[in-house]
Write a protein that binds this ligand. Sequence first.
Ligand SMILES: NC(=O)C1=CN([C@@H]2O[C@H](COP(=O)(O)OP(=O)(O)OC[C@H]3O[C@@H](n4cnc5c(N)ncnc54)[C@H](OP(=O)(O)O)[C@@H]3O)[C@@H](O)[C@H]2O)C=CC1
Ligand SMILES: O=C(CO)COP(=O)(O)O
Ligand SMILES: [Zn+2]
Length: 347
Amino acid sequence: MNSKTIQMPREVHIGPNVLDEIGKICKNLRLFDEALVVSGFHTFDVAGRQTVDALESSDFGVEVVKVKDASIESVEMVQDKIANASVVLGVGGGKIIDVAKLASTNAHSYFLSVPTTASHDGIASPMASIKNDKGSISKNANSPMAVVADTGIINTAPFRLIASGCADIVSNYTAIKDWKLAYRLKNEDYSESAAALSEMTAKLIINSSDSIKEGLEESARIVVKSLFSSGMAISIAGSSRPASGSEHLFSHALDRVAKKPALHGEQCGVGTIMMMHLHGGDWRSIRNILKTIGAPTTASELGIDDDDIVDALTMAHTIRPERYTILGDNGLTREAAIKLAKKTEII
Ligand SMILES: NC(=O)C1=CN([C@@H]2O[C@H](COP(=O)(O)OP(=O)(O)OC[C@H]3O[C@@H](n4cnc5c(N)ncnc54)[C@H](OP(=O)(O)O)[C@@H]3O)[C@@H](O)[C@H]2O)C=CC1
Ligand SMILES: O=C(CO)COP(=O)(O)O
Ligand SMILES: [Zn+2]
């Protein structure tokens, strides 16, 4: 049997005010001297500056780089700044964490994931989703050495971001159905334990959906823990398969065609409703869960034109042709896409 390596974070720090401890956390991990903080144009004010202050008070020299998008150019820009840094800290949402994760992997530097929101399950995963002119590619990267999730900060993020994180997890349901299909039809590698963990995480969010409320620190904690365990499913699989199927291809396609795309998890949630219908599953219950969480369930709630939904449905299968899903090798015809989006009341 072939050997396999599974990477997991070494430490997870979660709770209010853990960000103030980040200097000590780095030192306990035997990281010293120079640190590079990668953050976003909003998230620097939310948590980046506080990260710099905490590191400086533990005697780190700190450089800061702000990133706008999750492109390969951003990864290269960050990589160029790493030079002497013993550790790279990604402080922000999904795109910041992905860029810092991949740049630190390429530069053989350690990486700490410091999420400012619970909007995506890349917080602890060993993958980075990088956008290019074809949509999105999933690149292997090192898992973070540690995750420092300050639920006091995450809790103050707009609730829309937390609801989006829940929808990203709900999408595990169709991702697993697609994965099983690819296993049966294409003999693709499949991991029972990764699939079970991914589905269990989605169930956990559904069972907690009534208690996920705006402004509750406990809600932020539940969602972060679920995103973390979804990331662990990705670690076990060694690919994003357990958390990304046809619904994610639809979201990546929307990122290309929509004038103003919505949040990643929001788009994946709407995609899950439609892909569950294609799988012959209970799409209405997926829609009800998303509604309970407060995530969008229609094109207009996403702020996306009906035509863009249909275009994204017809091109989704082209985004990662190697990832077989319910969309098959040829995808949906325009007529089938319109029928699907209407039947599920997305448009
Ligand atoms: N690697 C993996 O395994 C995975 C990767 N992903 C990827 O993650 C990305 C989605 O992440 P997501 O976080 O939704 O999107 P973004 O990283 O684009 O963040 C969305 C917006 O939220 C802002 N923001 C973040 N935190 C706060 C806060 N506390 N208060 C106010 N604003 C805040 C960001 O600000 P700013 O402008 O400062 O960035 C940004 O404007 C996608 O690119 C997706 O492909 C998703 C799942 C798994
Ligand atoms: O978003 C992800 C899992 O939620 C990662 O998936 P992708 O590989 O499709 O970018
Ligand atoms: Zn996702």
